[in-house]
Design a protein around this ligand. Structure first.
Ligand code: GUN
Ligand code: FE
Length: 416
């Protein structure tokens, strides 16, 4: 048992931020035991760590990120999705055929995610199994929580970044077998998106999903171009989401749909029926995608929503940045498309970044009893002589903070 003192803040729901100023958080076997205003008598001999007025918050979850694109962040941001993929992303990802190219990039990415307090993530690698395993092992070595995907692409892809259908399915099955029974880092099926996957491939992945009991992550209705192209290629499907439903890819594990900016009624049906998570990546949306997710509206339809950095369409780790970006974008949405747009507040955004995203991994992302103590201590937010409330410091951190404000990190109850 350990006790941590500070200003403790976590989300109970999208409407409720729980704030425990000047309080004590008790941790037993790496899990939250309770939060107390004063140290209870029974804990009088328990070791304490005093973080003063430091803000103790849950570590963040990034539900959509391409670790393989860490090296290209901030490049080609004047292009839209299809041109950006073809001009920058596909050529760059092709270099991951060489593990020596991959290793230092994955090392830098993992270091940077830890520095920025992202301890749980849904990660795309590339089509290359060897390089993907380098990433997988690094995440395991650090004790992080992740779903990692070897990407599948066998269609409408450049020759230097394209597998045969057989090869793609075979390599994926080996990847699943290599990691069966793994701990907090798990494999996940990762068809890149419908425009670069044949029907045979997606249906083959559906069979693997059922056989191995693994989920899926992909990009869904992320741009008008992608939504149209998916329906052109799969004319028997009425929505992008239905492709994955019909292929048997949903319900075998988590179903993580990145972007979901232009959902039809049928996309909403599929997502609510299979408990999918739609991942809002506001910075990436601004950079290469164009279109704004109707966060509040989708939530009202019953869709689970979380946040993602989508590096390299997004440019930085740090899901706290996406909290601020999601609020800004929701205001634009309300201004331009008031029928679907409603502004969200920091309470809502912080919930998406912590408890909502964390649900995919288990009990992480909040400080209710039994949750894993994955936490950050945030400080140096205030200006001298101008004290702020804990909620105000949280908001300022999301808007104006960076990794220098994260002064301590706890992963699985241990300081790192
Ligand atoms: N759609 C297909 N591939 C990608 C990618 O690498 N990034 C983003 N943002 N969208 C995609
Ligand atoms: Fe993406």
């Amino acid at each position: 048992m350990e006790l941590y003192h500070g200003d403790i803040v976590y989300s109970e729901s999208s409407e409720k931020l729980n704030v425990f100023e000047d309080s004590w958080l008790a941790v037993e076997d790496g899990k939250v035991e309770g939060i107390y205003k004063d140290v209870p008598e029974k804990f009088k001999n328990v070791p304490v760590t005093d973080h003063g007025r430091g803000l103790i918050i849950p570590a963040f979850s990034d539900l959509h990120v391409h670790a393989s694109q860490y090296i290209q962040r901030g490049i080609g941001m004047d292009l839209l999705l299809n041109d950006w993929l073809n001009t920058y992303t596909f050529p760059q990802e092709s270099h991951f055929a060489d593990p020596e190219y991959a290793e230092p990039i994955y090392e830098a990415y993992v270091d940077d995610m830890i520095r920025n307090g992202t301890f749980h993530a849904g990660i795309f690698a590339t089509i290359h199994r060897d390089a993907t395993n380098i990433l997988f092992r690094k995440l395991e070595e650090k004790g992080l929580w992740a779903y990692v995907g070897k990407v599948n692409m066998d269609f409408q892809s450049p020759s230097y970044l394209c597998e045969t259908t057989e090869e793609s399915l075979r390599e994926t099955e080996i990847f699943l077998e290599e990691h069966s029974g793994s701990g907090t880092v798990k494999p996940i099926l990762t068809p890149r998106f419908a425009p670069t996957c044949s029907r045979e491939l997606i249906w083959g992945l559906g069979k693997l999903g059922k056989k191995y009991g693994v989920g899926v992550q992909t990009h869904v209705v992320e741009s008008r171009w992608e939504a149209g192209e998916s329906l052109r290629l799969f004319p028997d499907c009425v929505s992008d989401s239905q492709i994955y439903e019909k292929a048997g890819l949903l319900g075998n594990g988590p179903s993580i749909f990145a972007h979901v900016i232009f959902p039809t009624e049928d996309d909403i049906r599929v997502m609510t029926e299979y408990d999918c998570v739609a991942v809002h990546c506001p910075e990436a949306t601004n950079n290469v995608i164009a279109g704004i997710m109707a966060v509040k509206w989708q939530q009202e339809q019953g869709v689970n929503i979380a946040l993602g950095s989508d590096i390299g369409a997004g440019v930085k780790n740090g899901i706290y940045r996406q909290c601020a970006a999601s609020i800004k974008l929701s205001k634009l949405k309300e201004f331009y498309e008031p029928e679907q747009g409603k502004t969200i507040d920091i309470t809502h955004a912080f919930y998406l970044a912590t408890k909502a995203g964390g649900q995919v991994f288990g009990k992480v992302g909040a400080f209710e009893p039994g949750y894993v103590f994955d936490a950050l201590v945030i400080d140096n937010i205030e200006d001298a002589g101008h004290p702020m409330t804990p909620a105000q410091r949280l908001e300022r951190f999301c808007y104006a903070g960076d990794d220098r404000n994260i002064i301590h990190r706890y992963l699985n109850g241990k300081k790192i």
